[in-house]
Design a protein around this ligand. Structure first.
Ligand code: C2E
Ligand code: MG
Ligand code: MG
Ligand code: MG
Length: 297
């Protein structure tokens, strides 16, 4: 009997091991396939830029964020949360980031040519920002495209600020000299110290959607948003609320002094060039959101 039990344990162990290995292998093959295909995404022209507008308290377009999309022939539309981490790990983010920057600059030139002054925000990943020649690359793209640096906002996350604050400060200053402004994305979700708020040349904070979702119902969430707004006001920073989905959130945010709102209630991300043409077709009339935000009387 003891022998049998031992045999069963071993067999089970072997089976588990075999099962584990097969699972691992599939996972690794999946990852490799995704990586290889992602490397082809630029030459195969599978990347697209979508744009989500930001609105001020009066419902006027006040900025726009560019969001990367990967249209894969078999996988369909792969969301950035799935491929950006892979790109970050493999280094492909450098090529993707360059592509986004070039497209953003082309869009900026297109906007300015149509008399539109909307600034464009792009997401800059830590690995992209930390490239030794990042500043020179940005400078080169601005020069090539003729885009004004002052039309660009770089969204970075708190994760960038944990490592080498001094290096980050000097690099941001160099980019700021090109006119580029900086925004902290997903503000409040990272683990970095608030020390950076006074040391970095910042323009904006984006309140993470997880906090916005809690307003106005949840007292703790509401308190956090109020605190961020008050702190930002004292520091002279613009505040954008991310993921605004309800009129109750708009009412709360606008009456609490939030500068700009971004979310499905106002506009979903849409193909960037189509948005640009639509904007150009109807200036100077302001775009109106589905529901007009409450007046701040
Ligand atoms: P993020 O920069 O925080 O972008 C905001 C995300 O929230 C976007 O998801 C946007 O579509 C989504 N969103 C906007 N309004 C709402 C709303 O009302 N409700 C909900 N539920 N979601 C809303 P998306 O486009 O899937 O992008 C996810 C993340 O991928 C971005 O988060 C950003 O971190 C990253 N990402 C996107 N494009 C790029 C890029 O070009 N470069 C880099 N490095 N990262 C990017
Ligand atoms: Mg962002
Ligand atoms: Mg965000
Ligand atoms: Mg995010």
């Amino acid at each position: 009997e003891a022998d049998t039990a031992m045999y069963q344990a071993k067999a089970a162990g072997r089976n588990r091991l075999a099962f584990f290995e097969v699972g691992m292998q599939t996972h690794i093959e999946d990852r490799l396939a995704l990586e290889n295909e992602l490397a082809q995404a630029i030459p195969q022209q599978q990347l697209q830029l979508h744009l989500q507008a930001q609105f001020d308290a009066e419902g006027r377009v006040d900025g726009a964020e560019l969001l990367l999309r990967w249209q894969h022939p078999e996988r369909g539309l792969v969301p950035p949360d799935r491929f950006i981490p892979v790109a970050e790990k493999t280094g492909l983010i450098i090529a993707l980031g360059d592509w986004v920057l070039q497209q953003a600059c082309a869009l900026l030139v297109g906007l300015r040519a149509r008399g539109l002054n909307t600034p464009l925000s792009i997401n800059v990943s830590p690995r992209q920002f930390r490239q030794p020649d990042f500043v020179q690359r940005v400078q080169a793209v601005l020069a090539d495209t003729g885009a004004p640096g002052c039309g660009l906002v770089f969204e970075v996350t708190e994760g960038l600020l944990i490592d080498d604050l001094q290096e980050t400060v000097s690099r941001m200053q160099a980019l700021a000299e090109l006119g580029i402004r900086f925004s902290i994305d997903d503000f409040g979700t990272g683990y970095s110290s608030l020390v950076y708020l006074k040391r970095l040349p910042l323009y904006e904070l984006k309140i993470d959607r997880s906090f916005v979702q809690d307003t106005p119902g949840d007292p703790n969430g509401t308190a956090i948003v109020r605190m961020i707004l008050s702190m930002a006001k004292h520091l002279g920073l613009r505040v954008v609320a991310e993921g605004v989905e309800t009129q109750a959130q708009v009412d709360f945010l606008v009456s609490s002094g939030c500068d700009a709102l971004q979310g499905y209630l106002y506009a979903r991300p849409t193909p960037a060039w189509a948005w640009l043409e639509a904007q150009a077709a109807q200036p100077p009339a302001p775009e109106t959101p589905p529901e007009t935000p409450a007046e701040t009387s």
